[in-house]
Design a protein around this ligand. Structure first.
Ligand code: PLP
Length: 450
């Protein structure tokens, strides 16, 4: 902890917890525990670390806190709900808040996607959507449609379904013998050679959507249930869809009766300057998976938005039959639902999705000003999200990215590193001066790390 001081009071009165027992997710545990980064409170655009230093949140936590931190409206709703009713089951039972929330969400979702299934996370939303696709095709008399098509570099969480359709090699390798059968992957759309430093949607790569036709020819449309993609890949380092690409995927899937699922766990709720990427890029899929910013990250929660057609087809059996043998103990949890309702009110009252769109060009210019710094090989952006890609150092892939991330944190800014890509996704309440601060932090870090 000796180098753990920077901009704040440096007050180390809070003692470190015993860190031996928490096996941390997606973390180099040994490295972290010898030099930890611990956050203890959060307000507005800032975290405070355990030594009292303020840390500018350039990542909305983990793409979650789009309304900023410490929102009283959310904590009051949570506290009120937990005292009124802490928990109620959703299996053959119900409570009004879950219905109210589903209704509100259906007003926000694209037309025709008016049904909502609640989960507790993005991973669960993805596995739910994949199961729904199978359920739908069976109910529709097309039970041979079981194959899924994902995309290279896609991230769809960590369930066996999600890693099977996902395309991040490290997340799959260890489990490779036990992944879902019958999954293919489209090529990813990252093309630095042709698209480096594009502003917004890159111009090249529409042809990558045509690979879908080849896969359909290979397997037969009658065997394919669904295509799942992130409209914009977040976790793999902010990879944007080429101009026209999502529309083309929609045309091809529609032509062949294949469902299209957009995984909007990151892009949902304002990140790309609209309620959903589907709205921003005017392509309506058959399902949308969400989580994270649905309730500002306050309580674990996710939701799948489902087309009326899928829902109604699955409802065709006798009234007393359970239509879909799937669900979670905490689906539509009352406290999570209360926090989501409060969050949606903030988004609406403060027009935060419009705010993200309004700040887009300022943010774009700010992040693209990093072009020309040592080792910066690409910058990508849309809405309030950006990826800054660096060449790997000769010490190995990911070392430079990690060092920049760590330098930023030790000096007062939380950014995200995926290999050698730095991702920015600030809360949508961010001020222009704070965007400047983020860029300054990254500039300093890039220069310092070399
Ligand atoms: C697109 C996408 N899908 C699914 C997930 C998984 O969400 P969770 O970590 O809540 O399971 C994530 C998480 O980052 C994501 O970005």
């Amino acid at each position: 902890m000796s180098e753990y001081k920077q901009n704040g009071t440096g007050d180390s009165s809070q003692t470190l917890p015993n860190m031996a027992h928490f096996w941390m997710p997606f973390t180099a545990n040994k490295q972290f525990k010898t030099n930890p980064r611990l956050l203890v409170s959060a307000q507005g655009m800032y975290y405070t670390d355990i030594e009292g230093n303020k840390v500018l949140d350039a990542t909305a936590g983990l793409w979650c806190c789009n309304a900023g931190h410490g929102r009283q409206e959310i904590s009051q709703a949570v506290s009120q709900q937990i005292s009124q009713m802490d928990y109620a089951p959703s299996f053959q039972m119900g409570h009004p808040l879950a219905f109210e929330l589903a209704h509100k969400l259906s007003q926000l979702s694209p037309d025709g996607l008016d049904k909502v299934f609640f989960t507790n996370s993005g991973s669960e939303s993805v596995d739910t959507a994949l199961k729904m696709a199978l359920c739908y095709h069976r109910a529709n008399g097309q039970a041979t449609r079981t194959r899924f098509i994902g995309r290279e570099l896609g991230y769809h969480g960590v369930g066996f379904g999600g890693i099977s359709v996902g395309g991040i090699s490290n997340n799959r390798k260890t489990f490779s013998q036990q992944l879902l059968q019958g999954v293919d992957h489209l090529p990813h759309t990252l093309d630095i050679a042709n698209n480096a430093f594009s502003h917004g949607l890159p111009p090249h790569g529409l042809d990558k959507a045509e690979v879908l036709e080849q896969l359909i020819t290979l397997h037969g449309a009658e065997n394919i249930a669904a295509v799942i993609v992130e409209p914009m890949s977040g976790s793999a380092g902010v990879i944007l869809p080429p101009d026209g690409y999502l529309t083309r995927l929609r045309e091809i899937t529609q032509k062949h009766g294949i469902l299209l699922i957009f995984d909007e766990v990151i892009t949902g709720f304002g990140r790309v300057g609209a309620a959903f990427a589907s709205e921003r890029w005017q392509v309506t899929p058959d399902m949308i998976t969400t989580a994270k910013a649905i309730n500002n990250g306050a309580i674990p929660m996710g939701a799948v938005f489902v087309s009326n057609t899928i829902h109604d087809t699955c409802m065709h059996g006798p009234d007393e039959l359970i239509e879909f043998f799937h669900g979670y103990t905490y689906s539509g949890h009352p406290v999570a639902a209360a926090s989501a309702l409060a969050t949606l009110s903030i988004y609406e009252d403060e027009q935060l999705f419009e705010r993200a769109k309004g700040l887009e060009s300022y943010f774009e210019q700010a992040v693209h000003s990093l072009k020309g710094l040592p080792n910066v090989i690409d910058i990508r952006n849309t809405g309030l999200v950006a990826g800054i890609q660096l060449a790997p150092s000769d010490k190995g892939v990911g070392k430079r990215g990690y060092d920049i991330f760590d330098h930023c944190f030790r000096h007062g800014a939380l950014v995200r590193a995926t290999a050698d890509i730095i991702a920015l996704s600030p809360p949508l309440i961010v001020e222009k001066s704070q965007i400047d601060d983020m860029v300054n932090h990254i500039t300093d870090a890039i220069n310092a790390v070399g």
